[in-house]
Design a protein around this ligand. Structure first.
Ligand code: YSA
Length: 362
């Protein structure tokens, strides 16, 4: 048996010296250390040997096993190192031909530096956020501050303080999501527009005031291509002594020029909002047809982008501003409508349906 072990050892050493890759080394390990190897069979059969022979064979067989294990470990390291160096050589522009049978470096946890880099997926800002930042930047450059306010609002701020008492027909303009409250508590709702922030800002600030307020608003409405039940608005408010309608027009002209380009024409027409007097809507000439009329502008040549007006004296009185001393203008625009115009997006619902094919375009 001892002779047999010596024979196994010499054969294994011979084979080891001619191994050229890790796959061959693995086959060698199975052959000499695997469950079906001669050595394993000898170790398993030790119990059946006479005592004296068992002692001698056991010592030699275990010694051989340890020798094989060490040889395997050392050869594995050196073959791995060799594979790695060959991979590395390829990155400095030298063409190498890998010896056949060398498995890919990644099999051993070594990055294959010859492969093209994998693109790292980058996040991006939502198109609404991008537009919100762009519009706020324009107003900041014109001297406005950006403030935010609550989306769950009191009826008082959303309606009453804005000259829309209970049962006022103007409430119909703002289909409302009401919040269930305890009986006797003041009514609460999801704000239907950003205008309640006009009151909140004026309550805690003395003129001069110049703010823009971006944020989500909610309407209890069926959705369609131009209507969502949750969308964004940006409110603007400027109050000071001697603020006039010309200031309103000048500010909004400048805003439209900076956002849509110098060549856009701007039109103001009378409109009604209970919290302004006079009230106007501002439209720009249709960028799709240049004003001649098309589907985008419903054949009118103009696209309405915001509502505005001079702050109503009753609103100023409610926040303890003297309307004989102070005047102001305000405006509110629907945010999604702007990228829809600029990029020709024909359905507002695309913004919030989380379709990455849409979102990745911005
Ligand atoms: C008017 C005068 C001011 O001095 C200040 C603000 C305002 C605007 C007013 N608070 C308001 O909300 N008017 S509005 O009901 O006409 O909405 C303003 C804009 O929001 C619309 O021009 C439109 O662009 C957008 N909008 C309205 N309902 C929408 C919507 N966008 C998407 N989905 C909806 N359901």
């Amino acid at each position: 048996m001892l002779e047999k072990l010596a024979e196994i050892k010499s054969k294994a050493i011979d084979e080891l010296s001619s191994l050229s890759d890790l796959r061959e080394l693995e086959a060698w390990r199975v052959r000499y250390l695997g469950k079906k190897s001669e050595l394993t069979q000898i170790l398993r059969g030790l119990a059946s040997l006479p005592l004296e022979e068992r002692k001698a064979v056991s010592a030699s067989a275990n010694e051989l096993k340890a020798f094989f294990e060490t040889s395997h470990r050392e050869n594995k390291e050196s073959l791995k190192e060799r594979a790695y160096q060959e991979m590395e050589a390829a990155t400095v522009g030298r063409q190498i031909t890998l010896p056949t049978g060398i498995p890919s470096a990644e099999t051993f946890g070594i990055p294959d530096v010859t492969l093209p880099g994998r693109p790292i997926p980058l996040g991006r800002l939502h198109p609404t956020t991008q537009m919100l930042c762009r519009i706020c930047d324009i107003f900041v450059a014109l001297g406005f501050q950006v403030v935010e306010g609550p989306e769950v609002e009191w009826d008082y701020y959303n309606f009453e303080a804005l000259n829309i008492p209970p049962d006022h027909p103007a409430r119909d303009m703002f289909a409302t999501f009401w919040i269930e409250t305890e009986s006797g508590q003041r009514p609460m709702l999801l704000r239907t527009h950003t205008s309640p922030m006009q009151i909140r800002v004026m309550e805690r600030t003395q003129p001069p005031v110049r703010v823009v307020v971006p944020g989500k608003v909610y309407r209890y409405e069926a959705t369609d291509a131009t209507h969502e039940s949750m969308f964004y608005q940006i409110e603007g408010l400027a109050v000071d002594e001697h603020t006039t309608f010309s200031d309103l027009k000048g500010t909004l002209y400048e805003f439209a020029k900076r956002l849509f380009g110098e060549e856009r024409r701007v039109r103001f027409r009378c409109d009604y909002f209970p919290f302004v007097e006079p009230g106007v809507e501002m439209a720009i000439d249709c960028m799709a047809c240049g004003g001649s009329g098309c589907r985008l502008c419903s054949g009118t040549g103009w696209i309405e982008i915001l509502g505005a007006g001079m702050v109503h004296p009753d609103v100023l009185r409610r926040v303890n501003y003297d309307p004989e001393v102070y005047t102001g203008f305000a405006f509110g625009l629907g945010l999604e409508r702007i990228p829809m115009l600029l990029y020709g997006i024909d359905d507002i619902r695309l913004f919030y349906s989380n379709d990455l094919r849409f979102l990745r375009q911005f």
